[in-house]
Design a protein around this ligand. Structure first.
Ligand SMILES: C[S@@+](CC[C@H](N)C(=O)[O-])C[C@H]1O[C@@H](n2cnc3c(N)ncnc32)[C@H](O)[C@@H]1O
Length: 336
């Protein structure tokens, strides 16, 4: 076994304050299919995450990591830099340019996608199929753009037409400005002559041999299965409304005054999302535990026929964001 150490991007501390090493240690353990979060080590006053592997090829998934800055092999007292291949298909400004209130942090979004996809049994296959992702509360598209960057096909549903329009406009301008080959259309969705909303469809080819597809509908997430029909996804990944800063559109307020609508929304939407998963597909939801406890959310997922993934490093993903938000990630699998 050889020991390697991983240096984290300093920006990870801005996202999670002093919790970055724990969260990223859990994320990287999940990507490497290890049973426990990676240990922290301090060398010459600098903190790293440590991992031991028999074959350096096992470390390839580290390039997907949300905060992996550099990898070193530890040789006695020396650190030898090791090349890390990144999967990124687009410049990181695809995800960082849009700035708006209610945006999910970009690094956290990448972590959310990684820990969800890695929970699928198919993620352990030698040559896993390229996964398709649905973000059924996609806002202005942070999950969609991050998913594209990681090389996945992405799909979304968003209630707010202004958020949908803003993402469509951004994507169109970005792809033109970067001269990336693509087709992008926004069309009305009609049924029985009634205007139901809009659909964005795009095919994006950053390289001649790589082509990604993106579809986004405006609409209520509880209608997501009706909007996508027979289509099934390898993962449903979303950052749920926090019931604090930017609110949600469901009904209900608790006596304490805390907006309980995210809890109601999740109770109604999770069964719909579960139906849209392929067997062996994964649900990954980031949410505020102050509006819905982990135990209550787990029973919503279990009632929808999903199997919770909550041992080892998956139990290390909860963290404080501010005085009104304690964020956690629920991951569950649809049985095969
Ligand atoms: C936490 S935000 C997601 C932000 C997104 N990840 C981003 O960075 O742009 C939750 C989103 O859910 C949307 N939403 C709330 N209730 C909804 C519903 N019933 N159906 C569809 N979207 C809904 C909100 O409009 C908001 O854009």
């Amino acid at each position: 076994m050889t020991e390697y150490v991983i240096l984290l991007a300093p920006s990870a501390n801005r996202v999670y304050a002093d919790q970055a090493a724990r969260l990223v240690g859990a994320e990287l353990a999940i990507l490497l299919h290890q049973d426990a979060a990676l240990d922290r080590v301090t060398l010459a006053g600098v903190e790293y995450l440590a991992v031991r592997v028999a074959d350096p090829a096992e470390l390839a998934p580290l390039g997907f990591g949300s905060a992996t800055l550099a990898l070193y092999r530890k040789d006695d007292d020396h650190l030898l830099p090791v090349r890390l291949d990144r999967p990124d298909e687009f410049d990181d400004d695809l995800v960082t340019i849009p700035k708006y209130s209610g945006k999910t942090n970009e690094q956290f979004t990448r972590l959310l996608i990684n820990v969800t996809l890695a929970a699928r049994p198919a993620a352990r296959a030698d040559r896993p199929r390229r996964p398709s992702i649905l973000d059924p509360l996609c806002g202005r598209g942070t999950t969609l753009s991050t998913g594209l960057t990681l090389g996945y096909d992405v799909n979304g549903v968003e209630l707010d037409p202004a958020a949908f329009e803003a993402y469509a406009a951004f994507l169109r301008t970005y792809l033109r400005r970067k001269r990336i080959k693509h087709t992008l259309t926004v069309n009305p969705v009609r049924r029985d002559g009634r205007h139901l909303g809009s659909r964005l469809e795009a095919t994006i080819a950053p390289r001649p041999d790589r082509q990604f597809k993106i579809t986004v509908f405006t609409g209520d997430t509880r209608q997501s299965a009706a909007l996508y029909g027979q289509r099934r996804f390898d993962a449903v990944i979303t950052d749920a409304p926090y019931g604090v800063a930017h609110g949600s559109h469901g009904a209900g307020r608790k006596a304490s005054g805390r907006d309980r609508s995210a809890a109601n929304l999740l109770a109604e939407a999770v069964p719909v999302w579960a139906e849209q998963l392929r067997p062996g597909g994964a649900l990954g939801v980031a949410w505020n535990t102050y509006g819905l406890s982990r135990t209550d959310f787990a029973s919503i997922a279990t009632r929808a026929g999903l199997i919770m993934v909550d041992g080892g490093p998956y139990a290390e993903l909860g963290h404080r964001v501010d005085s009104s938000i304690n964020r956690d990630i629920l991951v569950a699998i649809k049985p095969q």
